[in-house]
Ligand binder design. Sequence first.
Ligand code: NAD
Length: 254
Amino acid sequence: MDIKNKTAIVTGGASGLGKATVERYIADGANVAIFDLDEKGGQALAESLGERAIFCKVNVADEASAAAGITQVIETFGALHILNNYAGIGSACKTYGKNGPHPLDTYMKVVMVNQVGTFNMARLAAERMAANEPVNEDGVRGVIINTASVAAYEGQIGQVAYSATKGAVVGMTLPMARELASYGIRVNTIVPGLIHTPLFETVEESYYKSLEASTVFPQRLGKTSEIAALSAHIVENDYINGECIRMDAGIRMQ
Ligand code: NAD
């Protein structure tokens, strides 16, 4: 599916991987709606990108909030063709130990955003995409791209909730792709390794260097523009469907 003149929603679009994807889609000629809780960052980004970008303050885990945002997108741009689910949080959560005021608080918070939020956005978007006329000879009506993490396959201390929810995103890829195929919607998941986002500007240099050293080749953190380019590639290649595509400079070879 050509990106040009299509309409995309990018959740988590105010920062990091989402922001880079918003900028890439705008450069490729799409209309883009930034769905984020960060009103200041999202609004400023939309304003800097001109009339083809809007900001919608949306909590992806909340049904009414997500539905209202999608309605605003349809009213503004007329249709919805692309959904990128980037909105995510990573809270330290241990199996044994206190996690917030109630033992399940932290776990449930991460589940609600990373797992439920991804499903919530996908199902509401699919309803709108299914109503599109096919946009090309393959009969494609829409493309959904979810975001997992290499953490789904790792055993880092304190990452039980994050890893579990990212594993859930991997797990929903195939059934979602299979179910939505009959509506002309492709579904894929990007599985990033360590990508340089604002998060890394706050960490100690030694920790940063150890993260870089965990990549095999090239030995550096990934760039947000590299994830954005993968996302654009997935949108434009209709033969990619039901895939979980890793982009991690080989850290799983370690
Ligand atoms: P980020 O923190 O820079 O951006 C995440 C954005 O999501 C923020 O703007 C935040 O406001 C928004 N958000 C959080 N909860 C939300 C909610 N309930 N509703 C709407 N918006 C919400 O993070 P990032 O590094 O760009 O990561 C983006 C995605 O990629 C996440 O799902 C993350 O788990 C995944 N990921 C990142 C890396 C990495 O190295 N940066 C690696 C693997 C996976």
